[in-house]
Write a new protein. Sequence first.
Length: 419
Amino acid sequence: MRAYADGRASMSKHQFTTESLHADRREKPEHGVLHKPIHTSVAFGYEDAREIAAVFQGRKSGYSYGRQSNPTVETLARKVTGMEQGVGSICFATGMAAITATMLSLLRSGDHVVASSFLFGNTNSFLGTLQNFGIEVSFVDATGVAAVEAALKANTRLVFAETIANPATQIVDLEGIGELCQQRGLLYIVDNTMTSPWLFRPATVGAGLVINALTKYIGGHGNALAGAVTDTGKFDWTRFPNLYPTYKVADTRLWGLQQIRKKGLRDLGGSLGPEAAHHISVGADTLGLRMDKACDNAMALAEYCQQHPKVRKVFYPGLAQHAQYARAARLFRKFGALFSIELADGVDCFDFLNTLDLVVTSSNLGDTRSLGIPVAHTIFWEMGPERRASMGIADSMVRFAVGIEDTADLLADFAHALG
Ligand SMILES: *Cc1c(COP(=O)(O)O)cnc(C)c1O
């Protein structure tokens, strides 16, 4: 057996996709099934009343109630742990549920957070909400570690960053921030959604916790919402001041997850359902194959757009003129499946999107289909023109979340729409 309780998984001798494909089977699932079944039972019965007491008291591993854990969901959590090569994971109903539960269970009033200013819009909005509950947040241009260091205070509890920012694809100083957090004993949380563990593992730059919106590339088919937090084992929880004594039991590496599971998942209740967990788990099997194809398509389209006179600017980390090209090339297996363009003057972004046939106008990313959206008029509308300008979001910007269509077809579709 290579699997442990609580979403843990051991290091493996196999490579990424092989390990993921065989992860369910390693747990010796019921009846020898090759895919973990969808267990819909909310509760779990015990023949020995002493045993349920032991489970509740944490002396024995087992299931108590579906809001805290479920066999189908735990199998997915172990798969995610394996992909990130962490020590454990907890799954949630959405990526936002993973982020909010993690922050709300680890932070207290009076604490300070340093966050990248290039964040997923809803994460940015949530950090604003935290400020109304007495938690200070400093947003900094984290493409250089100096700004992060300058923002640190005595009450800083964690630093939060993403890998590739959406929609302008900035890449923060992932390594520098990791070293800084290591020196200062600070918790470093990286949202790995845009890269997924196939392109990058935040553990390699010292992140203590990794967030994945499983809704996106890991699930990969736009058919289920889910999120996860993974502990990489890199953070020394004995140095974290906000843990309750009841959760400081057994393996110190699991203290943080214990508190997130109890305070974040159990109390807040953003639990992942077993049907969605099954969809995500099946999707995760092909993460590496899909992601490679989507990244190659994005590269081909970004290069095509770059030389097109009707495109003013292309934002893609795989292009040599991108400000963080060298960083992306050093850290990531490929350059991601998301790119944005600014159209030349006189080209209407709505007409352009309406002329594209294969690219569906939609706000998601990480689907098998290619999606495009006029970001200033939709996702970033609520922020207002000043904040948009500060984030480098022009009115003519169109963001593409590239899918796995055949490359030639996508290129022809772009040529037609820009023609
Ligand atoms: C989509 C996304 C999330 C949130 O995931 P949901 O499952 O939609 O809640 C968080 N972070 C990033 C970077 C995302 O792209």
